[in-house]
Design a protein around this ligand. Structure first.
Ligand SMILES: [Zn+2]
Length: 395
């Protein structure tokens, strides 16, 4: 990515250019356990929350509009045993059982209604588990049969409603690595080659290093030379339930003597744009826990702020770890309005690893040993960032 500040327009143009498949890493293949199920809401809208020890997606088999029965499959999710309970509001009763390939949720509705929205919430701000949230809304004017009276359960029966188990080990943090550019979008051009190839080589090196620690679930936005629209890169991070998003780029500048690495996070100004962008795409709206617009706005604002703070903290850690191991620009931590940093609930930084327009930097960026060295600084920064969080949380 170039140095000039009018870059947002160029990114917008890049965004409009075209489509390609999104190459996601191996996050989806890992087994995820169902921890517990909660319900909330009233006769107009009811929410069921499935707590999970990892990220998961879901597929709607039946949305309830035809037969008052909502069926959702969670592929790759394990429910240790059959779970069921009385519902509330729109939902009369629910069951989760294990079927071929995953967990199957069935909700019997108390009247006309249907599945309204569903989304995955990653662990954030004090909540340690992933949550798959499913909202079911009553049809306008629908009359709900009163919820069945729940008889007191005998203790043996009760055990199946308790949390299945606590995860024995701390959950793996999900790190999404984004190799900038790719395919028809070559990025900056150096004397020896293109930015896109340097970025990809660095992303693969970083991925390997992080995997070797065994502490992270690593997802790559691309693992080969392919074009991926910027908004798809953001979505990959959201779907993976990323705890951290790191975008790797190489700079170019008009002055050949400009060199060194730098780290970007989202600025306040860019966040204002993000608000617009995100609302239009209905990302955060889905994640808010209330139907009240005013509260939504506040929640959105808080999430943005918290995410920005976490991004800035990581950026500082990253700069501190790179210093002394690779040349850096004088003002190494800068704010930017890059589209890839706009996911509202994922802390994100963009690392410009150096300038392909500077011969020394370009040679360094293309050298496998120097690349491994720079990426191990990034690995250390990630370790130290999450290590710090773990210590804070256990206090
Ligand atoms: Zn770039």
């Amino acid at each position: 990515m170039g140095r000039n500040r009018g870059r947002a327009a160029a990114l917008g143009a890049a965004l409009a250019l075209g489509l390609a498949a999104v190459a996601v890493g191996h996050a989806a293949t890992e087994q995820v356990d169902l921890l517990k199920v909660r319900m909330g809401g009233d006769a107009s809208e009811t929410r069921l929350v499935i707590e999970l020890d990892g990220a998961a997606s879901a597929r709607v088999v039946s949305d309830g509009s035809a037969d008052r029965r909502v069926v959702v499959m969670l592929p790759g999710v394990t429910a240790a045993q059959l779970q069921q309970g009385a519902g509330r509001g729109v939902v009369r009763a629910w069951t989760i059982d294990q079927v071929q390939g995953g967990a199957r949720l069935q909700m019997d509705l108390a009247g006309d209604g249907k599945l309204k929205r569903r989304f995955l919430l990653p662990p954030a701000d004090g909540v340690v588990n992933y949550r798959y949230v499913i909202d079911v809304a009553a049809a306008p004017g629908a009359v709900m049969a009163s919820a069945p009276i729940v008889k007191p359960m005998n203790p043996q029966l009760r055990s199946q409603f308790l949390p299945v188990r606590k995860p024995a080990l701390p959950l793996k943090k999900v790190v999404v690595i984004d190799a900038g550019h790719g395919g028809k979008d070559s990025g900056a051009r150096g004397a020896l080659g293109y930015e896109k190839d340097i970025n990809l080589a660095a992303a693969l090196t970083l991925s390997e290093q992080l995997n070797r620690t065994g502490r992270y679930k690593v997802v790559l936005t691309r693992s080969r030379d392919v074009y991926i629209p910027l908004e798809d890169r953001v979505r990959v991070a959201q779907r993976a339930g990323a705890d951290l998003f790191i975008s790797l780029h190489s700079d170019s500048g008009p002055e050949p003597d400009l060199k060194g690495a730098s780290v970007y996070t989202l600025s306040d100004k860019a966040s204002a744009r993000a608000t617009k962008f995100v609302s239009a795409n209905d990302w955060f709206m889905k994640a808010s826990l209330t139907g009240d617009q005013g509260v939504r706005d506040i929640l959105f604002d808080l999430t943005q702020r918290a995410t920005r703070n976490r991004s800035a903290v990581f950026a500082q850690t990253l700069v501190a770890n790179i210093e002394g191991r690779a040349p850096m620009l004088r003002r190494s931590h800068r704010d930017a309005g890059f589209m890839v940093l706009l996911a509202p609930d994922v802390p994100a930084v963009l690392l410009e690893m150096g300038f392909v327009s500077n011969p020394e930097d370009e040679a360094r960026l293309r050298d496998p040993a120097q690349r491994a060295r720079l990426m191990s600084a990034v690995t250390r920064a990630i370790d130290s960032h999450f290590g710090e969080q773990v210590r804070l949380a256990s206090r």
